[in-house]
Design a protein around this ligand. Sequence first.
Ligand code: GUN
Ligand code: ZN
Length: 438
Amino acid sequence: MTTQAYRASILHFPKQSHSPKQDYVYFEDGILVTRNEKIEFIGEYKANINQYVEAKLHDYTGKLLLPGFIDSHLHFPQTEMLASFGEQLLDWLTDYTFPVERKFADVEYANHIAKIFIKQLHRHGTTTGMVYSSVHKQAADALFQEAASHNMLLIAGKVCMDRHCPDWLKDTPQSAQQESAALIEKWHNNGRLKYAITPRFAPTSSPEQLHALGELAQQYPDVFIQTHLSENHKEIAWVKELFPERKNYLDVYDHYGLLRKGAVFGHGIHLEQAEWQRLQETQASIAFCPTSNLFLGSGLFDLAKAEQQNIPVMLATDVGGGTSFSMLKTMGEAYKICQLKGNQMDPMHGLYLMTQGAAVGLGLEYEIGNLNPGTDADFVILDPEFDELSALRFEHHRTPQDIIFALSMLADDRAIMATYVAGKVVYQADKQVLKGAH
Ligand code: GUN
Ligand code: ZN
């Protein structure tokens, strides 16, 4: 592949930051150079273009180039059940989620939805997802296969659950351990793919299953872990009933060895102080899923508290409890939740939580989340003036903060012009680019 140069307004966070409002880097007229799968250079266009006259130039002047978005919690089998009416978490799982996830026993069906799911990610500028598959091993294969065909850095895992769900979705402690191990051997660090051990949540795993998954986590110290935590009051009361000997909800996972850096806990809305403390000690992360928390009536996540406690937070859609694949919209809803908590989330903070902040939480900042030379060339081009309303909105205000904020309120996939994964275009507005084409 020849060297490629992209001219655009370029924005990213090169380092880990506790004040993203200050720590971003912005080149109004910038250049990003890629060679093969990697980023080679980032800087001012005019001062540096002379060194790259050989490169093929993609002129996106006036557009915005950002690192590819990271969605750190979503469910592949729930793609088709977004926006199902009326329930809170536990009834929603029974009435909508489990019946849909049953369909993924059929590999052909899983292959079909995997294609749609990955396309949806790319269409929305998302280049990395941390994804729950269904309980079926072959459905996880289908998802990994599709992500591999685009050379994506995708993290995913087979859901494990052996109780409190329909018989046709149950695995066992042994099958969960064996099948997860087989998937780790097959997919973890296969190309850019990564594996996450995925107990659905404490109520649907027996103590024996959690123990088996803890053993697996110990056997594979560099795999990720993902599960749900403290999302809904009835769920929390149920966990206390099921595990009366544990100090709190998080302590269930802690007890079985499922709490460490690289473990991402979905939601964490109603945490006790001891749980905040333990998350901080272990540097495990929380996936903040605002559209889901509002849609399922779960509650308002306390971002300010999490930051105060120095806990890595990442933004996530939680499709299909969440109502959109768009990380821009997700940032907008996060802002509104912070408003209700009496805080204003700075737009640069929001952007950080879906790029570099997420990468740092996952320990992947040398691969994704920023545009530093040497990292993988995953990036997205946005058109801030994607329709007449946004064109009007941006006529007079063009600071990077203002652009990001207004995009988080007004935009969705209509603002995404192109998405690049490992240096190759995987989505272009109006034109879905075929695999491998350039
Ligand atoms: N808790 C357990 N399973 C799920 C799920 O699929 N979605 C959400 N939002 N919460 C859960
Ligand atoms: Zn979820």
